[in-house]
Design a binder for this molecule. Structure first.
Ligand code: HEC
Length: 131
């Protein structure tokens, strides 16, 4: 191979490795919730109605009535979750858990304001007594 040819090969190798590296870093960033994830654009919600927020955001994992069961998500209406205080639920929703549950606070690049987090946490508590 002539010189120009091998330079082209190295440029190609560099571009491919750079691309793979970037995708890997963004992927890890998404998984641990470290940055705004381009693949998981949150829907912009302005409502502070806890039920609406819950139904649009949480049911996929925790179930329509908080019965849990999907994607390893625990039930919210029974078991350990019923021992959580409002503040503890707010903290969980705000911060999520890397690899398991997304963080929802704006401070963590999530979609919810503090008022929305409060509202959805209150709704989670109300699930305990809903039939
Ligand atoms: C991608 C799936 C997923 C979504 C969406 C999700 N969660 Fe979770 N959630 C989980 C998992 C998995 C856990 C358990 C992680 C852990 O051990 O902390 C969890 C834990 C919790 C807990 C603590 C339960 C306990 O027993 O300690 C609460 C409260 C909670 N989620 C509320 C919510 C609310 C409210 C929303 C919507 C704003 C939500 N979650 C959205 C997956 C999810």
């Amino acid at each position: 191979m002539n010189d120009a040819g091998s330079i082209k090969v190295w440029v190609l190798v560099f571009v491919v490795l750079f691309g793979v590296g970037t995708v890997a870093l963004v992927g890890i960033g998404c998984a641990v919730g470290a940055n705004q994830c381009p693949f998981l654009k949150h829907k912009a919600l302005t409502t502070t109605d806890g039920m609406t927020l819950y139904q649009s955001t949480c049911i996929g994992c925790h179930g329509a009535r908080g019965e849990g069961g999907t994607a390893d998500a625990p039930p919210l209406r029974s078991g350990e979750a019923t021992t959580l205080t409002l503040a503890q639920i707010e903290a969980k929703v705000a911060n999520g858990k890397p690899f398991f549950m997304p963080a929802y606070s704006k401070g963590k690049h999530g979609p919810f304001s503090d008022a929305q987090i409060r509202a959805v946490a209150e709704y989670v508590i109300s699930l305990r007594t809903k039939s």
